[in-house]
Design a protein around this ligand. Structure first.
Ligand SMILES: Nc1nc2c(ncn2[C@@H]2O[C@H](COP(=O)(O)OP(=O)(O)OP(=O)(O)O)[C@@H](O)[C@H]2O)c(=O)[nH]1
Ligand SMILES: [Mg+2]
Length: 201
């Protein structure tokens, strides 16, 4: 039987593995340094779905350009070649540094990797991913709100209402917002005819 996937994507160090740990309870490796998850890691869930913990997509200090490109190509290839079998994608980003990182990249004429990746996922899977705007514990609420507003503006090309219900501010560290994200994943999967990947809720 063909495998069907629940995929977590995002830049290095965004907190993908931490969120998976917290909401699904899998014992995946997390780490302080970007580049902790090195391979496309498959974790079969008892709901029949296979959870994918992706390596980070983007630059990592100390990693050669060649290796970085190889990892990026593997991620893109996985998403493109399994588009039909990906039941749901969850994109994780560090919202606490979103504007700062975007401005730095824009000065060099580069679009935010998160915005680009979310749009790539939406196009490839023909469905907008759920987004975990992680690390909201790292700065004050005012800054998080400003970052969220600008982020939502950019991923929706200015039509914020089009992404309503898709973006979940969370902290894998404090647990804030995780139950809303979990419910959204649960509802999406059940609506598509899958059993919940979570234990008793
Ligand atoms: N303050 C804070 N730290 C977090 C949060 N989520 C994750 N972290 C920390 O961020 C670092 C990276 O977390 P990981 O879960 O390993 O990140 P990842 O996206 O899987 O990273 P790669 O595997 O390198 O792509 C770890 O030191 C985590 O403890 C959060 O919500 N708040
Ligand atoms: Mg990881």
């Amino acid at each position: 039987m063909l495998e069907e996937y629940l995929v977590f994507t995002g830049r290095p160090n965004a907190g993908k593995s931490s969120i998976i740990r917290e909401i699904v309870g899998l014992d995946v490796v997390t780490g302080k340094r970007p580049g902790t998850t090195r391979n496309i890691s498959k974790h079969p869930l008892n709901s029949g779905l296979v959870l994918i913990d992706m390596p980070g997509f983007g630059r990592i200090m100390g990693v050669s350009k060649r290796l970085e490109n190889m990892r990026k190509n593997r991620i893109i290839h996985f998403l493109e070649s399994n588009a039909q079998n990906i039941v749901l994608a969850i994109h994780v980003l560090d919202i606490s540094t979103f504007l700062e990182t975007s401005w730095r990249l824009e000065k060099k004429g580069i679009i935010s990797i998160d915005v680009e990746m979310i749009q790539f996922i939406a196009k490839t899977l023909r469905e907008f991913p759920l987004v975990a705007a992680n690390k909201i514990d790292k700065t004050d609420k005012k800054e998080i709100d400003a970052n969220l507003k600008e982020f939502m503006h950019r991923i929706s090309n200015g039509h914020i209402s089009a992404v309503a219900g898709k973006v979940f501010p969370v902290s894998a560290k404090t647990g804030e917002g995780l139950s809303a994200l979990k419910s959204a994943i649960h509802e999406k999967l059940v609506a598509k005819g899958y059993r919940t990947p979570f234990k008793a809720r």
